[in-house]
Write a protein that binds this ligand. Structure first.
Ligand SMILES: [Zn+2]
Length: 485
């Protein structure tokens, strides 16, 4: 068999101030040919996995483009089309291929297309032909549209949030698609629309048990895969929302019955699944009253959802309260980080930090800071065993609070975002992280308590109030109490 693999990933926050251009993808990484297989990003690791499985089974492996950009505004149309057409050209000029495996996100919006994944896969189908098997791996924060499910032979989503299972799902997709290419299975998909918009960390109940439930259903005869598309609330598209996808072996009725059954189970738990986070002041009070180290998540300024990552509201509240023994990171501010690096460790300087990118950034903060650490190419442990780049980063001390400033816009995944600069977290009372949920795997082991705070910023979890214009179904929970009634 001949197998082509490619990756093109972006989670588009359509409410973000800035469009996403070629530079944003260059910062994430644009890799072709052998370079695809060198590195420790989730995209490299997925390409390596598919290469290794092809080698094990004696299939011919070809890698096309792999690229991604940090979540941000809609992609400039010509940039999206350039990447899309590069993959299509590989498919055409190096083909024919028996199997095409695509590592996509599922919430990619360009300035001219609301459903880039369906556009890409639909065009790939035209080039590859009906006989080719096209498989797609997606992030659960996707707009899982009927058009995409129709265009692909199999779509499999990561089940975990944090998404530490991208390699398991990639291996499942490989087996399913090669199985179809050999004529051993006939993947048959059904989608169920839960009529919900939400946020579903799988480290807590009730979502943790649902993940177990998906596994139980997958062990039933004739069932090949169960996926739950959480949806990406901050991408305004006609199909934004939560859906269940079930793939069976040739049994359309079973797929439809099980997707509805699972979807209705999730729907029945919708009230318990709704996030209810304390505001900044309540979160800080709760943190100070709790014993041990408390991690406070700045959920609304999460770069991983397309927020700028330079909102200083939480830091200001902590400074106003005079909280010593605290750390906060990472504020995206290349200009301030550069000034601190130039000044050098030990220098005390006046600094204006954050608040630069737009309305969601709030106000900048003027502080007196002491530079405590500098690292030119800082990085942190990312999802699974991947690494996440932070660029030139500095540790500064501001009135008892240790603050990390980064030059690459990213959420905080793990404690080495701090400790990699020499900053010790052990004796801290509060460690504040700019992230919604991907921090959890790395920080839960060092935290006596984790509090997700409803902070000011771009990623608001008041889903009923999101200003949707394109979303076709406005009768969704929690905007409407019982939309399926
Ligand atoms: Zn995600």
């Amino acid at each position: 068999m001949r197998v082509l693999v490619a990756g093109l990933q972006h989670e588009t926050n359509t409410f973000a101030s800035w469009p996403t251009g070629a530079r944003a993808f260059e910062e994430g990484g644009v890799r072709r040919g052998a370079a695809v297989l060198e590195g420790r990003g989730a995209d490299h690791q997925t390409a390596q996995l598919w290469r290794d499985l092809c080698a094990r089974d004696g299939h011919e492996f070809t890698a096309s483009l792999f690229t991604w950009a940090q979540p941000s505004g809609p992609i400039v149309q010509s940039v999206y089309e350039g990447f899309r057409d590069e993959i299509l050209t590989a498919l055409r000029s190096q083909g024919p291929f028996d199997v095409v495996l695509l590592f996509l996100h599922g919430a990619m919006v360009s300035t001219g297309c609301d459903d880039c994944e369906a556009d890409l896969v639909g065009r790939a189908r035209e080039v590859a032909g009906e006989a080719a098997v096209i498989g797609v791996e997606l992030d659960p924060h996707c707009h899982l549209t009927p058009a995409l499910v129709e265009a692909a032979d199999a779509v499999i989503l990561m089940k975990h949030y944090p998404h530490d299972d991208y390699l398991e799902r990639g291996a499942e997709l490989y087996e399913l698609c090669l199985g179809k290419a050999r004529g051993e299975v006939r993947p048959t998909s059904a989608l169920f629309d839960c009529r919900m918009v939400g946020f579903y960390p799988t480290t807590q109940e009730p979502m943790a048990s649902f993940v177990e439930r998906f596994g139980e259903i997958e062990r039933q005869p004739g069932v090949l895969s169960v996926s739950f598309a959480h949806g990406f609330p901050w991408g305004d598209t006609p199909d934004t929302g939560s859906r269940v996808l079930v793939i069976t072996d040739g049994d359309a009725q079973l797929a439809a019955r099980l997707s509805a059954q699972v979807g209705l189970e999730i729907y029945a738990a919708r009230d318990a699944l709704l996030p209810r986070f304390p505001g900044v002041e309540a979160a800080l009070t709760e943190a100070l009253e709790a014993p041990g180290l408390v991690v406070v998540a700045d959920t609304a300024d999460n770069a991983g959802g397309g927020a700028p990552g330079d909102n200083t509201s939480l830091l200001k509240a902590m400074l106003d309260r005079g909280i010593g023994s605290a750390a906060l990171g990472a504020i995206w501010d290349p200009m301030a980080a550069g000034a601190c690096a130039d000044a050098g460790v030990g220098t005390r300087l006046k600094l204006r930090i954050g608040g630069k990118s737009g309305l969601a950034s709030g106000q900048p903060l003027d502080v007196e800071a002491t530079v405590r650490g500098v690292r030119e190419r800082h990085d942190q442990a990312g999802l699974g065993t991947s690494r996440s780049h932070m660029g030139l980063s500095v540790w500064i001390a501001v009135d008892g609070i240790d603050v990390v400033l980064s030059s690459i816009r990213t959420q905080v995944f793990s404690p080495d975002a701090f400790t990699g600069l020499g900053l010790d977290l052990q004796d801290k009372k509060i460690v504040a992280v700019k992230s919604s949920q991907h921090f959890y795997g790395g920080f839960a082991p060092i935290a006596a308590k984790v509090i997700r705070a409803a902070t000011p910023g771009a990623i608001q979890m008041d889903f009923a109030s999101l200003p949707y214009v394109k979303k076709s179904d406005l009768s969704f929970y929690p905007r409407v109490d019982d939309p399926l009634a």
